[in-house]
Design a protein around this ligand. Structure first.
Ligand code: CTP
Length: 427
């Protein structure tokens, strides 16, 4: 896990930085926060200190009680110059929100606060997530400052379009979603360490792409009130749908008995059984570019469900005959057209998981299988975290444990690199 230094500058979006810090900490990163004096008007130090468990610095001259160490690291014996020590120790610096003023200072190489001084001294990857009023974002000065920073290798997570802080205002300038900022930071760190190929620079990178997601778990009726089901909540599929929407995709979500709210913006088709899911998926599949088959579809269903409610009187036991369902994913894969990317999900238990996932990849003719080992505590079914391995014909990519939204972003990154490879082969 990484040491992430988060710089918070003074805008209303500073409250969203709390969520970013919380997500980064929850994902297992060691996080320190520096704030500009102006940001204190929006969020106090105590909030970030509570979430990170480490002191927050504002002033260059104030001593750092942790002496530049990140949570989990030992503090050095000597008292270093705080801003130099913090950036020396970090794996990435992320400025979120970056106000127009802070962007201008960063572009101009100013060092008039702890945050700007730290940025100037930083040799680790720097990510900025601007947030401001839309007129300020569109101003040529801001446009030039952002271009200057991007030209120097700073990663910019552009603001989103939507309702802004001032009542009734709408436009570009809203801070990107904390999950997307965190995913970008993780990518920047991975790239620096050479762990992964560079991602697509364009953002939103799924604009014009039609994504079909299945989520949840099917229920196969035994009688009018009972069913054979599974523990899937739909969280992973919903997170994928949400992240794909944020990246500009058109999303259709086939939801089977979801325990969580589907994201607004997705077209939702509600289903209950494997047969209903199959019918919906067959109808939607021809129009999609990417299929993310995250639903836990029953492999077997009661062969002859009773119309009414089965009574227990007069029975010593009850044997229910189960018949295999259609393997929806394999059926769709058999009808795929060129240009479609198909991703299956495999919940495996313990030993041999990777071999089983590879076998599924080949047997179902998929582009990738997202494998999670449900024998590990705290991940998988009905948990908010996940930890997966994306298996493709080329090899495997491990996505470390994190909130399902962060894992979803990493899966979409892999989908994008599969699509990029395919378009190189078949332009
Ligand atoms: N799947 C499907 N139709 C089914 C069963 C599964 O489309 N009837 C899809 C799931 O949505 C998932 C993938 O296939 O994307 C899982 O593959 P599967 O071989 O069914 O995995 P398991 O159910 O884990 O299989 P097994 O118990 O044989 O390991």
């Amino acid at each position: 896990m990484a040491r992430i230094l988060i710089g918070v500058s003074g805008g209303i979006a500073a409250y969203k930085a709390v969520e970013l810090v919380r997500l980064a900490t929850k994902a297992g990163h060691a996080v320190r926060v520096v704030q500009t004096p102006a940001s204190l008007a929006f969020v106090g130090k105590a909030t970030f200190e509570g979430v990170t468990g480490a002191p927050v610095l504002v002033d260059e001259l104030e001593p750092d009680p942790a002496r530049g160490a990140f949570p989990g690291d030992p503090a050095p014996d000597h008292a270093p110059i705080s801003h130099l020590e913090l950036v020396r120790n970090c794996d990435a610096l992320v400025v979120a929100p970056a106000t127009a003023n802070t962007l201008a200072k960063l572009a101009g190489g100013h060092a008039d606060s702890l945050l700007t001084g730290a940025a100037l001294a930083c040799r680790a990857p720097v990510v900025v997530a601007p947030a401001m009023n839309d007129a300020m974002w569109d101003h040529p000065a801001t446009v030039a400052n952002v271009a200057t920073l991007a030209g120097r290798g700073v990663t910019v997570v552009p603001p989103e379009t939507g309702s802004l802080a001032s009542k009734g205002e709408w436009g570009a300038g809203r801070l990107a979603e904390p999950l997307d900022i965190l995913a970008t930071v993780a990518r920047a760190i991975a790239e620096r360490s050479g762990a992964r190929p560079a991602p697509e620079p364009a953002w939103p990178d799924l604009e014009g792409v039609s994504v079909l997601v299945t989520a949840g778990g099917t229920r196969e009726p035994i009688d009018a009130v009972r069913y054979v089901g599974n523990r899937s909540s739909g969280r992973m599929g919903v997170a994928l749908a949400e992240r794909a929407l944020a990246r500009g995709a058109r999303v259709t979500l086939i939801g089977a008995n979801l325990a969580v709210e589907p994201p607004s913006g997705a077209r939702v088709v509600a289903v209950a059984t494997a047969a209903e899911l199959e019918a919906a998926a067959r109808a939607e599949f021809p129009d999609c570019d990417v299929l993310l088959m995250a639903a836990a579809v029953a492999d077997f269903a009661p062969a002859a469900p009773a119309a009414g409610k089965l009574k227990k009187e007069g029975r010593d036991g009850l044997a229910i005959e189960l018949a295999p369902t259609v393997d929806v994913l394999a059926a769709l894969a058999a009808e795929r057209r060129p240009g479609q990317t198909l991703v299956g999900f495999a919940a495996e238990h313990g030993e041999g998981a990777l071999d089983h996932a590879r076998a599924k990849l080949e047997r179902k003719r998929l582009d990738a299988v997202v494998l999670n080992d449900v024998s590990r505590p705290g991940i998988g079914f009905d948990a908010s975290d996940n930890e997966v391995t994306v298996v493709t014909a080329d090899g495997t990519v491990d996505v470390p444990r994190g909130p399902k939204g962060v894992v979803a972003s990493a899966i979409l990154d892999e989908v994008q690199s599969i699509r990029a490879q395919a378009s190189e082969v078949n332009p």
